[in-house]
Design a protein around this ligand. Sequence first.
Ligand SMILES: N[C@@H](CCC(=O)N[C@@H](CS)C(=O)NCC(=O)O)C(=O)O
Length: 208
Amino acid sequence: MLRLYDYGPSANCFKVRLLLAQLGVPYERVPTDPFAGETRTAEYLARNPAGRTPVLELESGACLPESNAICLYLAEGTEFVPADRILLARVHGWLFFEQNLVLPTIGTAQFLRMTGRSKLVPKAFDQRVEAGKAALAILERHLTGRAFLVDERYTVADLSTYAYVHKAPDAGIDLNETANVLDWLRRVETTPTFGNDLDPYPPNAMAA
Ligand SMILES: N[C@@H](CCC(=O)N[C@@H](CS)C(=O)NCC(=O)O)C(=O)O
């Protein structure tokens, strides 16, 4: 059986849990707490040299890090990834957008705010929020007259980008200012077997 090394509050891990649920693929969940040092052991670093969650361990023992690479691996050959090369390249493009312009902005800002760190680094926090708003403006423009990011159908690009965009309010960003983004988030939430099982950050993740 597949094994997912997973941190409950991480939206990167949530991407993989959501896709596995939507594909109906069974797996064993291995809770892995970065704040307890569990991603820095020699054993874990052999699974992912970057020492981060998620990691998917295959039946063969091969380990795959990076949430979007895991999603592409799992979704290949399914309705969640187009076979057409150009459409596939567009899906890749949005996955790179997510890693470059959403995760380090909205993703980091919501983490800083929800764990009490934003007040310790206010300038860095404000910069992330502003960059997050700029990323939302790009999405807002692209989603004008479009139901989904690529080819008018739900793909792993939507699933992955959803993960941190829907957390924008936790960064203090008002999504009511981006109506197309808000409609798209609601659309993703109505895809078959969608479920949001993100955990709140636990006490050991909070700033001292
Ligand atoms: N680009 C990676 C980012 C993974 C990542 O940052 N994981 C965080 C949780 S959201 C983590 O495990 N952090 C622990 C650490 O950096 O020590 C992905 O998309 O999987």
